[in-house]
Design a protein around this ligand. Sequence first.
Ligand SMILES: [Zn+2]
Length: 332
Amino acid sequence: MLLRAVDVFDIYVEPFIHSGFRLPNQPYSYYYRSLFSLHNETLSIWTHLFGTIILIVQAFQQISQLSINLYSTIQCIYIIYNCIGACIMLLCSAQAHLFHSRTLADHLRSFYLDYFGINFYGFTSGIILYRFSHKQKFSMFTNETSYYLILSFLSLYSLSIACFCKTFYRRPYPYSHKFLQCSSVLILYLFQIWPILKNIFFTFILYDNNQELIKFEEKALFWHLIQIISFILSGLIFVGRVPERFCPGLFDLFGQSHHTFHLTIFLMSFSQANAVFEDMHSMSLNNIQYNLMKDILYTLIVLILELITVVIWFRISRPTIERRYKIDFKNE
Ligand SMILES: [Zn+2]
């Protein structure tokens, strides 16, 4: 049995989706079983689960293609590192779609984990791009530590803003909600992609002849371009909510914009991994500078800080949101 949007709390409902809601307050097994039945979250969950499998296969393929050299073990570790970051993002989002409509507490917990996944990948991707894809002449930061610190700060800032928006805004969301939510992710993304954007601009738009590109570099820039286009598309799709905006209720089970959004997010991480792999090839071995311990240490610190942020926000939000819906319930 599935419910209509009017039968569940508005916090569980996405705009223009009118039906296909699972029952709230059921045991966890009900939601696990719902993986194999059709409701308005089925496709959103499976797009991420399939995406995760493809990213893992991609990482294995890349590792098998690495030529044996002094650095192949370390390149292998960075490929796995990048894959873990992307898979965490997809899996955190998949669990949010699976459990968010169970109880208010589950809704908050699963969404905050989703925000954590997005921003943690924002951090790990920033590290990978810095190591392999930022060309020195386009880079704003010659000082590695300052880049790492700003990246960590932006990732934490973006996570906190997402949790803040969830706590203090409610539907129908005002314009400031979208602005805050999107701008913080955009800043985190722009910060790490800026040197690559400049590289693409000089190579493909200004046709800078001084830029002698080797085959791998050209391939890498092509994949970076796909990655950037996917990111822009995902933002537009997320905000636009087309096609359900024009036929509310018609795309609840199949074809709602969130399904396309998931595909573009997957395509973004898939092409980012391909781009970084090509960049690994184009670096001359003498130029490779790794600081694996530093990268792992920063990643662990950011991971712990982000999990603490999620716990703190959960403690702040839960009573606020539960009080809000209790009052609503009494007024009905
Ligand atoms: Zn989603």
